[in-house]
Design a protein around this ligand. Structure first.
Ligand SMILES: [Zn+2]
Length: 379
């Protein structure tokens, strides 16, 4: 701060000498007058770490948002027996060691850090279940989040993307030993998110948390309510990452055929396991499921998922991937059977007959396997 002031005074004096104007009168800014009000509500030891940084004084909305999240994350929760200040001091000290932080923060870095502190806060604060009145915590007791976030900051394992009109931050967490996998998952996520959103829907959150979890029984798990996913280290492949992220982008339909079928279809479409791509949907239907990595599910479940994904493949052959994606995106949350009207709506007139006969055929084929949306609306 002192250094900046001296430089600008020199500049002004030189200008004054050259132009022959009267020398400027320096008006020192009283301590704290030009700073964010957020600093006033932070613990002094945290505010001290931020107060004199140029980025924290620019008064922009991005800065205020970031400072607000830091202020929220450091608030002690005495009723929960949580004292946050030392943890936040540590996170900000680690930030202070990073070259990308020391050279100032651009808009994306501020947005990313805002998401980082927001998710940190919500994981540790939990939320009240309105039905039971109980405070609930995602992944309760499973992780040492202060340590995981410290390592994510140290290795800059967060990334800001813009898959639609708004920005989205991925934050990848992994214990020591899984950090490389977390980085890999982050890379796959940022590579594929634009296409996932194009095909499957929008992510209605500004953050997605990816946690590498070695003790998962299955390859991955998506938590739509909190926009988080756990992925087993040996399953960190483009296919699995795309699958789990598709769950977070598609409407919550609560029908296995729709949710899993769509996730498999999008993953196979964007990041196929079997290369080269099988040419016909029939072949894909028979061969492309990598269920080997996951716990054995019952046959009915497998048939439902396989059938649903194959249904999207077959539909893709008739109307193209974009139209399939538009149909998926048009399905309202909660009602899987609405998929059929959406499909019909996105089918051009000259393809209607083929699509209707595909639906009829598949409905007969999968009726036993809970793939139920078999009422085809009149044209
Ligand atoms: Zn799934």
């Amino acid at each position: 701060m002192g250094k900046l002031l001296v430089l600008s005074l020199c500049g002004l004096i030189l200008a004054a000498c050259g132009g022959g104007e009267s020398p400027p009168v320096a008006t020192p800014i009283p301590f704290g007058r030009d700073e964010s009000p957020q600093l006033a509500i932070m613990a002094p030891e945290i505010a001290e770490l931020l107060r004199n940084l140029p980025w924290a004084r620019d008064g922009s909305e991005e800065t205020e948002q970031l400072l607000r999240e830091i202020a929220g994350a450091q608030l002690p929760r005495p009723n929960l027996g949580q004292e946050r200040v030392p943890e936040i001091v540590q996170l900000i000290e680690i930030l202070g060691e990073q070259h990308w932080y020391r050279d100032g923060l651009d808009g994306d870095e501020k947005f990313g850090l805002t998401g980082l502190f927001r998710t940190y806060n919500s994981l540790l604060s939990g939320r009240r279940n309105t039905a039971t009145g109980e405070q609930e915590y995602a992944f309760e007791g499973e992780y040492n989040f202060p340590a995981l976030y410290a390592s994510a900051i140290e290795q800059k394992r967060f990334a800001v993307t813009k898959p639609g009109t708004t920005s989205l931050t991925f934050i990848a967490l992994g214990e020591i030993g899984d950090e490389g996998k977390a980085e890999e998952a982050l890379r796959h996520a940022t590579t594929y998110i634009n296409d996932i959103v194009r095909l499957a829907g929008t992510v209605k959150s500004t953050t997605i948390l990816i946690i590498i979890e070695p003790n998962l029984e299955i390859c991955g798990w998506a938590y739509s309510a909190i926009y988080a996913t756990q992925i087993r280290p040996d399953c960190v492949t483009p296919t699995i990452v795309v699958h789990e992220l598709t769950h977070l982008a598609t409407p919550d339909v609560f029908e296995t055929w729709f949710e899993e079928g769509t996730a498999y279809w999008v993953a196979q479409h964007l990041a196929p396991i079997d290369t080269p791509l099988r040419e016909s949907a029939q072949l894909r239907r028979e061969t492309t499921f990598d269920t080997g990595c996951c716990i054995a599910r019952d046959d009915e479940y497998a048939a439902t998922v396989r059938g649903a994904a194959a249904f999207w493949y077959d539909l893709e052959l008739i109307i193209g991937a974009e139209a399939v994606g538009n149909a998926i995106k048009a399905v309202p949350g909660g009602v899987g059977r609405e998929a059929i009207p959406a499909i019909i709506r996105f089918t051009p007139a000259d393809k209607q007959a083929a699509v209707r006969s595909l639906i009829t055929e598949r409905c007969r084929e999968y009726r036993q396997a809970r793939m139920l949306p078999c009422t085809i609306p009149a044209r």
